[in-house]
Write a protein that binds this ligand. Structure first.
Ligand SMILES: O=c1ccn([C@H]2C[C@H](O)[C@@H](COP(=O)(O)OP(=O)(O)OP(=O)(O)O)O2)c(=O)[nH]1
Ligand SMILES: [Mg+2]
Length: 148
């Protein structure tokens, strides 16, 4: 599938996100910073990516997710946990970088800090009813099926 992209930072001309392997789901987003950004423990900052996308089709959205290496080894995850990019959003993709660790971490300019995944979306309509048809689970949840 093709997506319209606007390059907002000239450094992105040679650095457009690409799938790292044929089976990759995520496109790495870069920190378009002018200078290194140090995130103290529990600090978070909105980081520009230097690019905007326009999905256009409401049957798609994009998710911004942490990179596992940064998240697991350095505690750099997302201030909003997951970023949801609407199909009609045309502004710059922004990454809320949150240092959830107890050690300061410095993000270098153009470092790959998060990843974008394009996903299909179904827009549902609500239909108000008084009763649902019976299901096997019913209202059970929160461990109702047991542990083993
Ligand atoms: O990590 C993110 C999350 C969102 N966005 C952009 C794209 C998205 O379409 C828009 C709005 O996001 P969302 O709906 O999650 O935020 P909101 O707080 O509900 O704002 P709004 O009232 O603008 O919808 O902000 C980003 O660039 N990065
Ligand atoms: Mg919203």
């Amino acid at each position: 599938m093709q997506i319209d992209v606007k390059i907002l930072d000239p450094r992105m001309n040679d650095n457009l996100p690409a799938y790292a392997t044929p089976g990759s789901a995520g496109l790495d987003l870069r920190a378009c910073l002018d200078a290194p950004l140090t995130l103290e423990p529990n600090a978070w900052q909105l980081v520009p990516t230097g690019m905007a996308i326009y999905l256009e089709d409401p049957g798609f959205a994009a998710l911004i997710l942490p990179r596992s290496g940064l998240g697991h080894k350095h505690g750099i995850v997302l201030g909003n946990l997951v970023g949801l990019i609407d199909s009609d959003y045309q502004g710059q993709l922004m990454v809320s970088a949150w240092n959830r660790s107890s050690t300061a971490f410095t993000i270098e300019p153009m470092e790959r800090i998060a990843q974008l995944v394009v996903v299909p979306v179904v827009q549902a309509q609500f239909k108000v009813v008084q009763e649902f048809p019976a299901s096997q689970r019913g209202e059970g949840g929160y461990g109702s099926t047991g542990k083993a």
